[in-house]
Write a protein that binds this ligand. Structure first.
Ligand SMILES: Nc1ncnc2c1ncn2[C@@H]1O[C@H](COP(=O)(O)OP(=O)(O)OP(=O)(O)O)[C@@H](O)[C@H]1O
Ligand SMILES: [Mg+2]
Length: 332
């Protein structure tokens, strides 16, 4: 370990597929949609808008502009564009200080060493000094106030926009982990494919996400797309039962990540889980169709935390605030 490493950080980042969140020990300071609009000109590409403004340009940008989501499947894929997202966030909170802050970054277990190094380089290039790493599921477990350092099983799943990560913790360590490219975006893509093949309607991923959220809330199902044959705008008003049937296979794929983890867990720890259940974090934990399928598939209580999309960021806040917890959890 480097000198001074593991002693604490000023800021923390949750680099999510849907949103980037910046935290300090005071709380979650900022959350921005993980979207950057890049202008392509004679001098190469330059950022034109980030966050909400860039998101509103998705599918509406002129030819010289590309709207990029630099974090996909829960991993940073376009490091240069990600820097344009992270740098203003850090700068906003470090002001004119010349000292570069230490930044803690939540990363998915199973990320390759090359990708970890690239993430660290990207955050340093965005203005950080030292960069330290913590596993996303450990941050989620801390954010959910689970007793991760006790000799009991703590089963946590973070189901976000791009990735499902699940870990079974005991005594502060992960006994088994899973991290799979499945999340809210997979559900949106399934809806867009169904609209095209079953109804001949081309839906943007943004409209597919709106349809998913309306279904999840029990609101009226109505989105607008483009007729594949005529090119004219067309309304799509499916019955809820039709959407349920489309989503069932994707939901089952997410559930099987958790059931596979259980199958490879020691029986002693599995026994604890009958009472303790599986704790659900990530925005998709709000999806009742999924939480019910997790209950049915695992036979365990499935317990979404309050405000699940913020759970990892809340854990990061606690880690920044508690130096003992920080040194037990970080860079391991
Ligand atoms: N009520 C809801 N029902 C279903 N899905 C929802 C609901 N609310 C939010 N989502 C979905 O949750 C996802 C965003 O979750 P979250 O903010 O945890 O992702 P993220 O942290 O940015 O991504 P990741 O961690 O996978 O990289 C989006 O796909 C969004 O559509
Ligand atoms: Mg996330």
């Amino acid at each position: 370990m480097l000198p001074g490493a593991g002693r604490g950080a000023e800021f923390a980042l949750d680099l999510g597929t849907s949103e980037v969140r910046l935290a300090s020990s005071q709380g979650v300071l900022r959350r921005v949609p993980s979207v950057v609009a890049m202008r392509h000109g004679r001098d190469g590409r330059t950022p034109a808008a980030i966050g909400d403004k860039a998101r509103s340009m998705l599918g509406r940008a002129p030819a010289h502009m590309k709207v990029v989501m630099p974090i996909r499947d829960g991993l940073v894929k376009d490091f240069e564009v990600a820097e344009h997202l992270i740098r203003p966030l850090l700068r906003e909170h470090t002001g004119r200080s010349l000292r570069r802050p230490t930044v803690l970054v939540a990363i998915s277990k199973g990320m390759s060493e090359a990708n970890q190094r690239a993430v660290m380089d990207c955050v340093r290039a965005s203005g950080a000094g030292r960069v330290e790493l913590v596993s996303t599921t450990l941050a989620a477990a801390v954010g959910a106030d689970l007793p991760v350092f006790d000799p009991v099983a703590n089963f946590v799943a973070d189901i976000g926009g791009g990735r499902t990560r699940a870990s079974l913790f005991s005594l502060g360590g992960a006994v088994v982990d899973r991290s799979v490219e499945l999340g809210g975006a997979t559900i949106d893509a399934a809806l867009a494919t169904w609209a095209r093949t079953a109804h001949g309607v081309l839906l943007s991923l943004t409209s597919a996400e709106q349809l998913k959220l309306a279904y999840s809330d029990g609101s009226v199902l109505h989105v607008r797309g483009r007729d594949l044959k005529t090119g004219a705008p067309r309304d799509l008003r499916p019955e809820p039962a039709e959407v349920t049937a489309v989503l069932a296979p994707v939901v089952q794929r997410i559930v099987s990540v958790l059931t596979e983890l259980l199958r490879s867990s020691p029986p002693e720890l599995c026994a604890d889980l009958l009472d303790r259940g599986v704790i659900l974090a990530g925005g998709v934990a709000k999806f009742e169709l999924l939480t019910q399928a997790i209950r049915d598939g695992t036979g365990l209580p499935a317990l979404p935390v309050p405000d699940p999309a913020e759970c990892v960021a809340r854990g990061l806040v606690r880690l920044l605030d508690d130096s003992a917890l920080y040194s037990q959890s970080v860079n391991r």
